[in-house]
Ligand binder design. Structure first.
Ligand code: ACM
Length: 396
């Protein structure tokens, strides 16, 4: 993080008192792909961010000042993520960015954030093993999703797991972690395949042939974006049966299932902090308001929920500090709690990652999930997997 100099302090002092006096909007960056092969899921994070911003503005903004989004579309291109982030922080006078789905896009903007002291709110599950004072991580880390999934898969289906992933950092790292967890439980990786991020249906045919020949007990997918739809469709084309050998994933949400068709998704497994079907007043209310805004056919999903609650957490901190300066805002964010649609969440002050819930769901014929297991409480974020405790889970 940038060090403070006396000249900074005096110019900041002037800026804060300006902030206190003004009624000008709080300007924040919004950086999700609204086009390209990642738009299927990032567009839902974009919508949820705008939805939360509108909710905050409808109740009068923050300390009488509106939140004003400054929006760029990085179009699923990491170079554009980086140049837009730079423009936001260096030219547009912003310090807060809500954005990024893929770990490669987050890694692309990290040096910009650290050099220009921006604060990224990152609402996506990822592979862990990262800490930056310039990021608040609100999606699940592996101890909050992979661990419970590995237990469930080996117990329910068997020890031989086939890994298929998109070819970039998250799948490779996530598989490294899953392999270790699996080996600790006496399981083995029966096969491993990576496909380009922009894969189409026919690109999965060799993978499906390999799966048919290998006959694993279960498939673990770290395929993301539009390619997810083609993976499940290719599986379906091959006549494989989710009752005996389903695809299990940390990334396949209600959004990808709506796109592939509920009949194609039925019976497959996802581990996530949030599913639309969560049976609580808080969540029913959230889903109702979201669908009133975006239509009944717009499902919520784990990425929507994290994108939504993180804006509200940001607003709560900003209300207290009345300063958007990351050095002032950050200490107020750490340790903060919020009653989110998934349940109570908080930002772990030791690592800037959210303490979130762990759930295992099976996709149903209606395109929703049925929750099979869930943690009895939020799971403390442990992005470096220092702890060895298995999460305590209810079987529902
Ligand atoms: C991811 O790339 N973090 C899903």
């Amino acid at each position: 993080m940038r060090s403070l100099h006396a000249s900074d302090v005096s110019s900041r002092g002037a800026r804060w008192s300006e902030e206190e006096k003004t009624t000008a909007p709080w300007r924040v960056g919004v950086l999700f792909s609204q086009s390209g092969f990642m738009a299927l899921i990032e567009e839902t994070q974009f919508r949820a961010t705008m939805f939360a911003i509108d909710e905050i503005n409808a109740r009068g903004g923050i300390n009488g000042r509106e939140l004003q989004p400054v929006i760029y579309d990085p179009a699923s291109d990491n170079a554009l993520f980086r140049s837009h982030a730079h423009r936001m922080l260096a030219n547009d006078g912003l310090s807060t960015i809500f954005g990024c789905y893929t770990s490669s896009s987050r890694k692309a903007i990290l040096p910009v954030l650290e050099r220009l002291n921006g604060l990224l709110w990152y609402p996506t599950l990822y592979e862990g093993f990262e800490y930056s004072p310039n990021v608040i991580y609100t999606g699940a880390a592996p101890n909050q999703n992979s661990l419970a999934l590995c237990d469930f898969l080996t117990e329910a289906y068997g020890p031989r797991v086939y890994f298929v992933g998109s070819d970039y950092i998250y799948p490779h790292e996530s598989n490294r972690i899953m392999r270790e967890m699996l080996n600790q439980r006496g399981g083995v990786v029966a096969g491993e395949a990576y496909v380009p991020l922009r894969s189409r249906r026919q690109d999965f045919l060799p993978v499906m042939r390999d799966i048919r020949d290998t006959q694993p007990d279960v498939i673990f997918s770290t395929v993301v974006g539009e390619a997810t739809v083609f993976l499940y469709q290719a599986y379906n084309d091959f006549g494989l049966d989710p009752k005996t050998c389903p695809i299990a994933s940390l990334t396949t949400t209600e959004a990808e299932i709506a796109m592939m068709g509920a009949d194609v998704g039925e019976g497959h497994i996802t581990a996530a902090s949030y599913f639309q079907c969560i049976d609580s007043d808080r969540n029913r209310d959230f889903v109702g308001r979201y669908q009133k805004r975006f239509g009944e056919g717009a499902p919520t999903n784990m990425c929507v929920e994290a994108a939504y609650f993180q804006v509200h957490m940001f607003a709560k901190a900003l209300e207290s500090t009345n300063s958007i300066d990351p050095d002032i805002l950050r200490p107020m964010v750490l340790g903060q709690k919020f009653e989110a649609p998934q349940g109570m969440v908080s930002i772990n002050p030791r690592c800037s990652h959210a303490n979130v819930w762990s759930r295992i769901g099976k996709a149903t014929r209606s395109g929703q999930f049925e929750i099979l297991r869930q943690s009895i409480a939020p799971i403390l974020a442990d992005p470096y997997l220092v702890g060895t405790e298995r999460p305590a889970m209810w079987v529902t």
